[in-house]
Design a protein around this ligand. Structure first.
Ligand SMILES: [Zn+2]
Length: 281
């Protein structure tokens, strides 16, 4: 599933081809993904100029001249491909939407599992729209700070791992990066969120930003190559310290893994958590 760094990478990959371009045509190959495609999507978007691209949580937001936003969520398995101009594109299985831009570049949305979402909203509705109004601050923004974390985790009976995944607290820290950030800040994922100290909150904020930034940088370095592969944006190889590393030696410990069993996997709210019990207290 694409997490925040992948979505940011897709957005950054789209920006140079979409900005200051215009929508020429929108073609849909089915009625819906997780929700129906907007009614009369081509009528709404054709002829509009693209003035900016942003990301909010895991939504890619394409801003048009005149105040409309096209919001794209990649769901579990969504991919976006860029077909360069003057290149004949043969539609592939699971291609559900093709946006042709004025210069002939095509933006193709492919999604085998169809948990993705595409909708149109007014820029003025962004804060009040049902998809956005409950979202907490961005983990890379200034609002996400140690005092904010302590305040919003106060009296929480949930584990700190579950609290980090709660989109009302902070957006876009998915299952993978929650494990990685807790590892980096030496916090046991089972600790109660309400018990975090100001000092540990500070370390967690720094670690969260750091793991996300490093992944975004790794994604950015793949962008220059996208035309050489299949044109797909946003999925790239990561090096995780604990995520999916069950039984391996923890990079920060010298303990004998025959005795300790190495990195542990536990299940919290039905999702895997990976951590080192000797490093993370
Ligand atoms: Zn360890």
């Amino acid at each position: 599933m694409p997490e925040l760094p992948e979505v940011e990478t897709v957005m950054r990959g789209l920006a140079p081809v979409m900005l200051n371009n215009k929508v020429s045509k929108v073609k849909l190959y089915r009625k819906d993904l997780r929700v129906p495609f907007p009614k009369n999507m081509e009528g709404e978007l054709a002829g509009l100029s693209i003035v900016s691209l942003k990301r909010r949580a895991k939504y890619i937001l394409v801003y048009f001249d005149g105040g409309l936003i096209l919001s794209v969520h990649l769901g579990m398995s969504g991919r976006i491909l860029i077909n360069p101009k003057n290149n004949k594109y043969d539609l592939k299985k699971h291609d559900h939407m093709v946006i042709t831009l004025q210069d002939g570049v095509q933006i193709i949305y492919n999604d085998p599992r169809r948990f993705g979402m595409v909708f149109i909203l007014k820029a003025s509705e962004l804060e009040t729209h049902a998809a956005f109004r409950h979202l907490g601050p961005e983990p890379l923004g200034n609002e996400f700070s140690a005092p904010y974390l302590v305040e919003s985790f106060k009296n929480k009976k949930a584990s700190i791992k579950q609290a980090l995944l709660d989109q009302r607290m902070v957006v876009g820290v998915g299952n993978i990066y929650a494990s990685e950030a807790l590892y980096q800040s030496n916090i046991n994922p089972q600790k109660l969120a309400g018990e975090i100290t100001a000092k540990k909150a500070e370390e967690l904020v720094i670690a969260t930003r750091d793991v996300l930034r490093r992944a975004i940088n790794a994604g950015g370095s793949t962008l220059k190559d996208y035309r050489h592969t299949d044109g797909g944006l946003g999925y790239f190889q990561h090096n995780f310290q604990v995520y999916d590393q069950e039984g391996k030696a923890c990079p920060d410990c010298n303990c004998n893994i025959d005795k300790t069993g190495g990195i542990k996997r536990i299940v919290q709210s039905g999702r895997s958590t990976f951590y080192c019990p000797s490093k993370q207290k």
